[in-house]
Design a protein around this ligand. Structure first.
Ligand SMILES: Nc1ncnc2c1ncn2[C@@H]1O[C@H](COP(=O)(O)OP(=O)(O)OP(=O)(O)O)[C@@H](O)[C@H]1O
Ligand SMILES: [Mg+2]
Length: 377
C-alpha cells in the first residue's frame, strides 16, 4: 500500500528526449446512423514520454477509446498525425497509415481481453508466436513463465478464460501485453469489469510493474481515483478535446476550468461578477457578498465562479479571508471521514472533517483566499 501513499506531485515525469508517442492535430468525426456528426476527436495534440504513465480521463462518449484506437492503428483519423518513437506511423496529409502490427505496441481492452478458446499460457504466448522474427520454442516458454510469475499467477497456465475470475483474466491480459517487451502499452478501461477490492489491488500491481519494466502507458478511464493513482500526467478530455494536461496535483489544485474541477472531485461554488483585482487576489461580488480568491486573469465585470474544495473549507471562528454565516443542514458519518453540509439561503456548502456541530446549529463557514479559485463560468 505504500505506492498509494506516494504523492504524485513529487513523482517526476520521466524526461526522455524523444517522446514514445506524439499525437499532433488529430481529428476524427463519425457519421451517426441518424446522419448527425459526432466529433469524437477534435484537434488533439499530446506527447507521451518514454516510461511515462499518461491517463486519458473523461466522461462517456468524450472520445477516449477513439483516440486510443487511432494511436493503435485500429481507426483512421481525418486529420493530423501520429508518430511513434520518432517515426510517423500515421499522417492524414501525407497518406501514411502503418497497420497495427507494425506499430510495436500492445493494447488491453475492457472486455474480450483474452481468446476464449486458448489457455492462459497460449494467450500469453500468442504475441510471441506471431512476432517476426519468431522466437524459438524454448524462448517462448521461458518468457511466458517469467511473465506469469511476474503477474503472480503461475498456477493458471493451463486454465481457460471461463475458468478464471475477472481479476485473474485481467492479470493474464496484462501478462500478454507485456510479454513482447513493447515499450508502449495502451489500456482501455482494463479494470472496469473487476470488483472494487480486486481493482484496487490490480492497480497497485500494474503501477509497480509499469515502473519496474519502464514501458510507457496510455491508460483510458473515467474513474478519477484510478487516474490520480496511476498517472504521471492526466489529460482531462471533454467532447473530443483535451481540456487540461498536467500532473494529478495540478489538475486537482489548479484546474483551468469548472469542467476540469468538477471532473476530479467536488467543490463548493459561488457564482458572481468580478469586481476588483489586488496584487495577488481577485474579488467577486455574489449573492452572499464578496468572495476573494487567487488572482485570475478575468476582466472586471465578467461573470465568474469561485470554487473551493470541501477539505479546504472550514467551520467555526477560525480566521479566514472569506466568512459566511450558515446553518448546518446535515452531519454525515461516512466511516473513514465525516462530511458536514451547511446552507446560507440557497447556497449550500460541503465540508470535510468532524466539526463538532449538530444539524440545525448556526455556524460560520470560512475559507482562505489562497484556497479559492476564480474561474470563468
Ligand atoms: N463507429 C462509430 N460510429 C459512429 N459513432 C461513433 C463510432 N465510434 C464512436 N462513435 C462516437 O464517437 C464519440 C466518442 O466515442 P468513444 O468510444 O471514443 O468514447 P469514450 O470516451 O471511449 O466513451 P466510453 O467512456 O463510454 O467508452 C461518441 O459520441 C460515439 O458515439
Ligand atoms: Mg471507451
Amino acid at each position: 500500500m505504500t505506492l498509494m501513499a506516494q504523492d504524485s506531485a513529487t513523482r517526476p515525469v520521466p524526461d526522455g528526449a524523444e517522446p514514445v508517442v506524439r499525437v499532433s492535430g488529430l481529428s476524427k468525426a463519425f457519421r451517426r446512423a441518424d446522419g448527425t456528426i459526432a466529433n469524437a476527436v477534435d484537434d488533439v495534440s499530446i506527447d507521451v514520454r518514454s516510461g511515462e504513465f499518461l491517463v486519458l480521463l473523461g466522461p462517456s462518449g468524450c472520445g477516449k477509446t477513439t483516440l486510443l484506437r487511432i494511436i493503435a492503428g485500429l481507426e483512421r483519423a481525418d486529420a493530423g498525425s501520429v508518430s511513434l518513437r520518432g517515426q510517423e506511423v500515421f499522417s492524414a496529409s501525407r497518406g501514411i497509415d502503418l497497420p497495427p502490427e507494425r506499430r510495436r505496441l500492445s493494447m488491453i481492452f475492457q472486455s474480450y481481453a483474452l481468446w476464449p478458446h486458448m489457455t492462459a499460457y497460449d494467450n500469453i504466448a500468442y504475441p510471441l508466436r506471431n512476432a517476426r522474427p519468431r522466437p524459438g520454442r524454448a524462448t517462448v516458454d521461458r518468457r511466458v513463465r517469467e511473465v506469469l510469475e511476474m503477474v503472480g499467477t503461475p498456477e493458471l497456465a493451463r486454465q481457460y478464460p471461463n475458468q478464471m475470475s475477472g481479476g485473474q483474466q485481467q492479470r493474464i491480459a496484462l501478462a500478454r501485453a507485456i510479454v513482447g517487451g513493447d515499450d508502449l502499452v495502451l489500456f482501455d478501461e482494463p479494470l472496469s469489469n473487476v470488483d472494487a477490492k480486486v481493482r484496487e489491488q490490480l492497480r497497485l500491481e500494474l503501477l509497480s510493474m509499469q515502473r519496474e519494466l519502464g514501458f510507457a502507458a496510455v491508460y483510458v478511464t473515467h474513474d478519477q481515483t484510478e487516474a490520480m493513482e496511476l498517472a504521471h500526467r492526466i489529460a482531462v478530455m471533454g467532447q473530443g478535446s483535451v481540456r487540461q494536461l498536467a500532473d494529478p496535483a495540478t489538475i486537482y489544485r489548479r484546474p483551468v476550468s469548472r469542467y476540469v474541477a468538477n471532473f476530479v472531485g467536488t467543490s463548493n461554488e459561488l457564482t458572481g461578477t468580478v469586481t476588483r483585482h489586488d496584487d495577488r487576489t481577485t474579488t467577486l461580488s455574489t449573492d452572499l457578498g464578496e468572495v476573494t480568491g487567487v488572482r485570475a486573469d478575468l476582466a472586471v465585470g465578467t461573470e465568474a465562479v469561485a470554487l473551493f474544495r470541501p477539505e479546504r473549507t472550514r467551520l467555526g471562528d477560525t480566521a479566514g479571508d472569506n466568512a459566511w454565516p450558515v446553518t448546518v443542514t446535515a452531519v454525515l458519518f461516512l466511516g473513514a471521514h465525516t462530511e458536514t453540509l451547511a446552507k446560507a439561503g440557497e447556497q449550500s456548502f460541503r465540508l470535510l472533517g468532524d466539526h463538532d456541530v449538530a444539524q440545525g446549529e448556526s455556524a460560520t463557514v470560512t475559507v482562505r483566499a489562497e484556497d479559492v479559485l476564480i474561474l470563468p463560468t
